[in-house]
Design a binder for this molecule. Structure first.
Ligand SMILES: Cc1cc2nc3c(=O)[nH]c(=O)nc-3n(C[C@H](O)[C@H](O)[C@H](O)COP(=O)(O)OP(=O)(O)OC[C@H]3O[C@@H](n4cnc5c(N)ncnc54)[C@H](O)[C@@H]3O)c2cc1C
Ligand SMILES: *[C@@H]1O[C@H](CO)[C@@H](O)[C@H](O)[C@H]1NC(C)=O
Ligand SMILES: *[C@@H]1O[C@H](CO)[C@@H](O)[C@H](O)[C@H]1NC(C)=O
Length: 840
């Protein structure tokens, strides 16, 4: 496979441009966080958030210990603690959900942040060739709710045949007829036309809606789908083949993770203890090969807790097999190599790894039919803007409610699949955006696309109206595996997904890309002059655009995981040598140990995996209740156990600890989503040079601004030529007007009487009917050196006492240059005539 130089000058320039936009990006995010704090107590939901049970007050023994509070673990914790006689402990390595994760449009921001485990696959020559170091990024949630906090919220159950296949492999009780009731049990569908439908249900914990905001281009693409001969239908109902607006796990338009859906309502039960920041290092197994507890660590303190009934592993498809191996369950040879005593030789642990992959970079340009400046597709400059924030905070609507990676989708058949079977082999994600539309801030970072590829594909079409039709291979034949790196529970495992190792997979993928092209040729999209991005992946320039070779090359370069790794602790009958758990999800050869999460899926489902995993956990909960029905285990968990860990004796009747609601730390919560900011600053080439070269100067003022002599001339020029990211976008103004005539930013000295000056404006932003979308940023007039001066984030400072602000009247931003030539970028908040200043 031909490849390319990942370190081109264009790449460096592109990277530099993106770096400049990180700080303004952080600024706007802080304002969003602040706005949520002030206007959206429904999102903070402080009363109902899951509270961490104090370490000292954890019991020494529970009936059930669940490891991992992800999609599956949260469901189990709720269902198993329904029985008040069972004491349930839920251990989660991560923290509570970040408030910002509720905002659908921020979906890609969460990846590579502190709520992401940030796994990387081992480098490959067959896939992810355009990714940094040829490694694919595998985000996974490290947070209450697990990957359901990071995911794209798409609710897809899969195809009936998936489950019938599982059953025909010997997994009794997993056929479609048996699992449908468990899909319905969780569900609270709020899409009116499905509410009285035998495939759906209302009243469950998990809310399913359509996304609350849709970009106009999405409707056009659905129209094109119909023109191509497909119907728009409920792909979670009787027939899967067709197009649909996405069903999503959102509630009132906001993310409905399993933590929100299942844990918050259960977390006040006295028999359920949730412990966060608690990483389980090992499952403890005795000489009878019975799992009797776990060893975990929280804030450096180690602790052993016993389980009288069972330990349930719900650490996800990567860490459940990892923990089994660390505990001596896996391929004996591999364990011995690492010095782990093999208790049970189960060669299937970590094998049978399956994932859904898509071909990235399949983006199309089109002409915006609106002549008044309104966007037809997602554009970060208009979405993440003051106007967007106001819509979101006050009016509870607007583009922050969009999940622009797949507002709609389709299940379609390539020439390799008989359409009469209703077993589509390609899923299309319909995205009213492409990686050019976020300026490289998020999509590029999330996927790990290298600088040269991003620059080549997108820099020249930055913010030009685009959409993507992303073809996803539904039933891969390739299988990967994962292994332990070493015996340390804190080392990420070695991941070898082996994408495209079966040659059929790349053929189907290329055909999927052709269907996307056919779609674009339909009248509805022709009308908009839709056309493929003519720029080719730099690794594939040898091939003609849209030739088989080109599509295959693109698939191998721009390989995107759709984040569905499953199968690594596969369920199967006893005579299946690769099976790790039996059809009741009990680990072979070990008593009182189950695995319940995506890793037990024997063959990946025909669609996204969150809903199937929630279903699995619902069904498992019933199996666990059945299996322990009338079994007395009390003697295994004596009431008077070793109390050394308890500071004070806690009985079940005691009141839970007083609820303490600390004010949120807005800056930290937000900054943790921008880990790259620190990294970039640390490696800022200009700053480093300066540090090395110059002695500390006495005149501090001069010192802040690195001299432009240190900046390579070409970069200076290139950045200056590309003002987009440092400009504002105003719907009513010409595109990328860097200084829109916007009243929001013309008050440098406090609030005049806003109503007199702008009679159309109410006393509150909430009453602005046609908000201006703007991005308060460093303007194009400001020389480069001033941008550098602002690259040092300072903590949020509140003048006057922030706690007293209840109802701010409005925000205001300003930018400019101080008399000393320093950049000034300020945000103020007004309340009852008082001015509060937020210093970034
Ligand atoms: C970016 C992204 C987008 C996605 N988009 C979609 C989508 O739109 N629709 C869809 O259906 N699916 C989507 N998925 C997939 C779906 O979210 C996952 O398949 C599903 O959430 C996995 O559930 P799980 O219970 O198997 O594991 P997880 O939800 O990953 O839960 C595992 C939990 O265990 C914890 N844990 C791990 N190790 C330990 C340990 N040693 N000790 C304590 N705790 C531990 C983790 O921190 C985590 O909270 C997406 C996934 C990602 C990452
Ligand atoms: C621009 O025109 C479109 C189509 O007529 C309309 O839907 C939209 O509201 C207009 N935008 C503004 C800001 O007037
Ligand atoms: C905020 O972040 C800083 C730097 O990472 C850290 O030192 C500080 O303790 C954090 N504060 C809180 C309240 O989390």
């Amino acid at each position: 496979m031909s490849t390319h130089d990942p370190t081109t000058l264009r790449g460096l320039l592109s990277n530099t441009r993106i770096t400049f936009s990180l700080l303004p990006g952080l600024g706007i995010m802080i304002i969003l966080r602040m706005a949520i704090h002030l206007y959206r107590p429904d999102i903070e939901d402080a009363e109902n958030r899951v509270r961490d049970h104090p370490f000292e007050q954890l019991y020494d023994c529970y009936d059930i210990i669940i490891v991992g509070a992800g999609s599956a673990g949260a469901v189990l914790a709720n269902r198993l603690s329904e029985n008040p006689d069972w004491k349930v402990l839920l251990l989660e390595a991560g923290q509570d959900e970040n408030v910002l994760s509720e905002v659908p449009v921020l979906f890609p921001v969460l990846q590579t942040s502190s709520v992401d485990w940030q796994f990387l696959t081992e480098p490959s020559d067959g896939y992810c060739l355009s990714m940094v170091e040829r490694k694919c990024r595998w985000p996974r949630g490290k947070v209450l709710g697990g990957s359901s906090v990071l995911n794209a919220m798409l609710y897809i159950r899969g195809n009936k045949r998936d489950y019938d296949n599982w059953e025909s492999m010997g997994n009794v009780g997993w056929g479609y007829e048996s699992v449908l009731p468990y899909f319905r049990k969780s569900e609270d569908i709020r899409i009116p036309e499905h509410q009285n439908d035998p495939y759906h249900a209302t009243g469950g914990y998990l809310t399913v809606e359509n996304f609350a905001f849709e970009h106009p281009i999405t409707r056009k693409i659905l129209e094109a789908g119909e023109q191509l001969g497909y119907s728009i239908r409920d792909v979670n109902g009787e027939i899967q083949t067709g197009f649909t607006r996405s069903h999503a796990t959102v509630r009132a338009g906001l993310r409905c993770s399993t933590a929100k859906a299942f844990l918050r309502p259960a977390s006040k039960r006295k028999n359920l203890h949730v412990s966060v920041h608690s990483l389980v290092e090992k499952i403890l197994i005795d000489e009878q090969k019975t799992a009797y507890g776990v060893k975990f660590k929280k804030h450096g303190q180690e602790r052993i807790i016993r389980a009288s009934k069972e330990v349930i592993l719900s650490a996800g498809s990567i860490q459940s097999p990892q923990l089994l191996m660390l505990s001596g369950i896996g391929e004996a040879e591999h364990l011995k190599e690492l010095g782990i005593y093999p208790i049970v030789n189960l060669p299937g642990v970590g094998k049978n790894l399956q994932d859904h992959i898509a071909m990235g970079g399949h983006s199309f340009l089109f002409d915006n039919p609106y002549t008044n400046g309104t966007e037809y597709c997602f554009n970060i400059n208009s979405v993440i803007s003051i106007g967007g924030l106001v819509d979101f905070s006050v009016n509870k609507n607007g583009p922050l409610y969009s999940m622009m990676e797949a507002e709609a989708m389709a299940f379609v058949n390539t020439k390799y699949q008989d359409p009469s079977e209703d077993y589509p082999d390609i899923q299309l994600f319909i995205a009213p955006t492409a990686d050019n539309m976020d300026g490289g801030l998020f999509g590029k970072r999330a996927n790990g696309l290298d600088d040269a590829t991003y620059a080549e594909l997108y820099e020249e079409i930055l913010y030009d109206s685009s959409f993507s039709i992303v073809p996803l291979l539904l039933r891969p034949k390739s299988r990967g595996y994962l292994k332990l790196r070493d015996a340390n529970p804190y080392s990420p495992p070695l991941i070898y997904p082996n994408y495209f190792s079966n040659p059929d997979d790349i053929k189907v993928m290329a055909e999927g890309a052709r269907i996307a092209q056919e779609l674009v040729n339909q009248p509805a999209l022709r009308e908009l002059n839709a056309r493929p991005n003519p720029r080719r992946n730099p690794g594939c320039t040898a091939y003609e655009l849209m030739s088989d070779e080109h599509l295959e090359c693109q698939a191998r370069h721009h390989t995107l995981t759709i984040y569905h790794p499953v199968g690594t602790c596969a369920m199967g009958p006893a005579d299946d040598p690769g099976a790790v758990v039996d059809p009741r999800l009990k680990v072979y050869g070990i008593k009182n140990l189950r695995v319940v999460d995506g890793s037990v899926i024997p063959i990946i489902t025909n669609g996204n995996t969150n809903a199937p995993i929630i279903m699995i956990a619902e069904k498992a909960s019933d199996m666990i209740k059945e299996d322990w029905y009338e079994v007395i285990t009390e003697e295994l968990c004596p009431v008077e156990v070793d109390n050394t860990y308890r500071q004070s004796k806690v009985t079940e009747d005691e009141e839970p600890t007083k609820i303490q609601l600390n004010p949120p730390n807005l800056f930290n919560e937000t900054a943790c989503l921008f880990p790259l900011l620190d990294e970039k600053l640390a490696s800022n080439p200009f700053q480093n040079k300066k540090d090395k070269k110059s002695e500390p100067k006495k005149d501090n003022k001069q010192d802040i601004v690195p001299s432009s002599e240190n900046i390579p001339k070409q970069i200076l020029k290139s950045v200056a030529r590309k003002p987009h990211l440092h400009s504002s976008y105003n719907h009513l103004q010409r595109k990328f007007n860097s200084r829109p005539q916007n009243p929001l930013r013309i008050y440098p000295y406090g609030p005049p009487n806003i109503q007199n000056q702008y009679p159309n404006y109410g006393s509150n932003y909430g009453q602005i009917h046609n908000p201006f979308y703007q991005y308060p940023k460093l303007g194009r007039r400001n020389p480069l050196k001033n941008i550098f001066a602002n690259l040092q984030p300072k903590p949020l400072v509140y003048y006057n006492n922030m706690d007293t602000i209840k109802d701010p009247v409005y925000y205001e931003t300003s930018e400019g240059i101080t008399p000393e030539g320093k950049m000034k970028c300020k945000i103020w908040l007004y309340n009852n005539g008082k001015k509060y200043e937020v210093v970034l």
